[in-house]
Design a protein around this ligand. Structure first.
Ligand SMILES: *Cc1c(COP(=O)(O)O)cnc(C)c1O
Length: 416
């Protein structure tokens, strides 16, 4: 008996998935947190592993039938350890946010103090922002960026650490275009006896590929998503030293989670295998080169960039001087086939739901093989739209250019 396909069983969902795939093919995806996982990663991540329960860790499970599951999780752990050069890896967190909550649970009790980067300055919700459980259940103190140059204010980090004696200090960002000085954070954490957690969710692929300094050896704990620059399936992971291994493992399971998502772990094992190949180093470097080329193209058209440029995969444009809000620009750009997100800029005078900036990044376009030449064209098209967000002719022309560029660069993981 052959089983009916998705299209047969559920044509509504099948058709929406097909349309989403076409959208991913026919648009230039500049959302800095998004990427294209390879076909191999997707195959592993949507496999029969979805059917298996395996609470516990390799060799210590609470269910029978783990002959192959243990092998998969062990391979994943070994590859991640090798890729990042760490002593211990927990690959079970369901995503980046649960990984960060597990770190809180491993080292803190409710009410304990933390120090983290504020959301409007480029930090993540889970580093103690007030609407997050990490800001509500813990006494979170937040640092920002300097008004003068929009770089992380290390003096403020040190002052908050001395004043509040936190048990946990977070570094790592979600909308910050510069490298993180992990050594400076480590010094501050050491001085006050805090655990330093580096959240490399956005940059883990750059770290793995040697295109961003690594926090290994400096941070006590490193968390990451697996689906951003690392190009894996959706998921999270926590890397740590042998000293903190058992606290982290207990916090993830049974502290916070039940059964691990074995299909995601297999997908991550494949992504780690891909990232261990020499070509991944070239990919990581190309992401940064592309971001610099795109930044230059925008600057040459008079678009202001937060901190004046980028060291990583990400660019924050401040559109104040172009007299268009971030949201209006993002909507116009999407009609032209260029997809990004509106974003607050540091010290933004506008509201978060309609802020002054847009955030863009180059991981997804780099996965399609686009290089400096394409980045310069894309930057020019973006400026055209930003300068005339209501001009249907401009949008139509750019949409045409985008479509023909996309046709020349097939995306990994898509079936067409
Ligand atoms: C994306 C991100 C996360 C959260 O990841 P999810 O998988 O969306 O839960 C955490 N921290 C940082 C810095 C991020 O950029």
């Amino acid at each position: 008996m052959t089983e009916p396909t998705l299209a047969h069983v559920d044509p509504e969902i099948a058709s929406l998935i097909q349309k989403e795939e076409k959208r991913q093919l026919d648009t230039i995806r500049l959302i800095a947190s998004e990427n294209y996982a390879s076909r191999a990663v997707n195959e592993a991540a949507s496999s029969v592993l979805n059917n298996k329960y395996s609470e516990g860790y390799p060799g210590k499970r609470y269910y029978q039938g783990q002959a192959h599951i243990d092998g998969i999780e062990s391979l994943c752990i070994e590859r991640i350890k090798k890729l990042f050069g760490v002593e211990h890896a927990n690959v079970q967190p369901y995503s980046g946010s649960p990984a960060n909550l597990a770190v809180h649970y491993a080292f803190l009790r409710p009410g304990d103090s933390t120090v983290g980067l504020a959301l409007p300055a480029g930090g993540h919700l889970t580093h103690g922002w007030k609407v997050s459980i990490t800001g509500d259940f813990f006494s979170a103190h937040q640092y920002g960026v300097r008004e003068s140059d929009h770089r992380i204010d290390m003096d403020q980090v040190a002052a908050l650490a001395r004043e509040h004696k936190p048990k946990l200090i977070w570094c790592g960002t979600t909308a910050y275009p510069r490298t993180i000085d992990f050594a400076a954070f480590a010094q501050i954490a050491r001085d006050v006896g805090a655990v330093l957690a580096a959240d490399i969710a956005h940059i883990s692929g750059l770290v793995a590929g040697g295109a961003h300094p690594s926090p290994v050896g400096l941070a006590d704990v490193i968390t990451s998503t697996t689906h951003k620059t690392l190009r894996g399936p959706r998921g999270g992971m926590i890397l740590t030293t042998a000293k903190h291994a058992s606290a982290i493992d207990k916090a993830v399971f049974p502290g916070l989670q039940g059964g691990p998502h074995n299909s995601a772990i297999a997908g991550l094992a494949v992504a780690a295998h891909e990232a261990l190949q020499p070509s991944f180093k070239a990919y990581a470097k190309q992401i940064v080169d592309n971001a610099k080329a795109l930044a230059d193209a925008l600057l040459s058209r008079g678009v202001s960039l937060v901190t004046g440029g980028t060291d990583n995969h990400l660019i924050l444009c401040d559109l104040t001087s172009k007299n268009v809000s971030g949201k209006r620009a993002a909507i116009a750009l999407e009609s032209a086939g260029i997809v990004c997100n509106y974003n607050s800029v540091p010290f933004d005078k506008r509201k978060p739901f309609d802020p002054s900036g847009i955030r863009i990044g180059t991981p997804a376009t780099t996965s399609r093989g686009m290089k400096d030449v394409e980045m310069r064209l894309i930057g020019g098209w973006m400026a055209d739209v930003i300068e005339a967000p209501d001009d249907a002719k401009v949008i139509e022309r750019v949409r045409g250019e985008v479509l023909s560029m996309c046709a020349q660069f097939p995306a990994p993981g898509l079936t067409r």
